[in-house]
Design a protein around this ligand. Structure first.
Ligand code: NAP
Length: 248
């Protein structure tokens, strides 16, 4: 039986690349996104099945407790086990703090921080019972080194990085590892919207050691590593996948 993974926010961008990359590595993949992205999820499910793996599309807003509960009911009625959770879903808007509406701060925290909490909380009893599991958060280098206009986003990703450390302390004795991947600038819808002008793209490119921005596929290897046996003695860590923009 193949190992199983759930990837949230998987209809596009980094989540989609992770879902396909895990299928390539022999995982069956449950793929989540919000209702408006269902068509993308269904296309992705077909692509995963064409690779010979099981695919399970599950629509849910990860910031909503009832929808998260329904998502896991669907997953566990179809599959007996979930070996790996990849908390990838996230949102980004740009605004200086002095102009930032309260509801935008709340929405970004609802999805990026609370959503990660709700989905993780739901898998803990299952992984503890099996005394095995891998939890991987897609945070951001922004959670370590903020940028102007992104106080809400960077604060929410900082919360995810600290959440990773505390979870590692709470779950290690049950054979569960918890790690975060911190992408730099990745050329997805979110990444491109954030970059804006060609001048900004060029400036960010120059900030990388590798003199290129990332593609979604650049993030996959780190997730596969944290999901597999080679990382068995690594937990509570946050790994930058940023082409060398920051070093801590
Ligand atoms: P993306 O292309 O916008 O994909 C994210 C997906 O998550 C979208 O399909 C989005 O739907 C979905 N989503 C949003 N809210 C959700 C919710 N409440 N429940 C379930 N799904 C939801 O973004 P990406 O660039 O691939 O980013 C993936 C992750 O990497 C995010 O956590 C992001 O913060 C992180 N990251 C990205 C970069 C980058 O440069 N791209 C850098 C560092 C970290 P909608 O599009 O309809 O909102």
């Amino acid at each position: 039986m193949s190992r199983t993974v759930l990837v949230t926010g998987a209809s596009k961008g980094i989540g989609r690349a992770i879902a396909l990359g895990m299928a390539d590595r022999g995982y069956d993949v449950a793929i989540n996104d919000i209702a408006s992205e269902k068509a993308g999820l269904d296309t992705l499910a077909t692509e995963i099945q064409e690779k010979g793996q099981r695919a399970l599309p599950v629509v849910a807003d990860i910031s909503n407790q009832e929808q998260v509960d329904a998502m896991f009911q669907k997953i566990f009625s179809a599959w007996e086990t979930l070996d790996v959770l990849v908390n990838n879903a996230g949102i980004l808007t740009v605004s200086l703090v002095e102009n930032l509406p309260e509801e935008i701060w709340d929405r970004v925290f609802d999805v990026n921080a609370k959503g990660t909490f709700l989905v993780t909380k739901a898998v803990i009893p299952h992984m503890k019972e099996r005394r095995s599991g891998r939890i991987i958060h897609i945070a951001s280098i922004g959670g370590k080194h903020g940028g102007p206009g992104q106080a809400h986003y960077c604060s929410s990703k900082g919360a995810v990085i600290e959440f990773t450390r505390v979870l590692a302390m709470e779950l290690g004795e049950y054979g569960i590892t918890v790690n975060a991947v911190c992408p730099g600038i990745i050329l997805t819808e979110m990444g491109r919207n954030n970059l804006g002008t060609q001048a900004e793209i060029d400036a960010w490119t120059q900030k990388t050691c590798l003199k290129r921005l990332g593609e979604p596929e650049d993030v996959v290897g780190s997730v596969a590593f944290f999901a597999g046996e080679d990382s068995a003695y690594i937990t509570g860590q946050s790994l930058n996948v940023c082409g060398g923009i920051i070093f801590y």
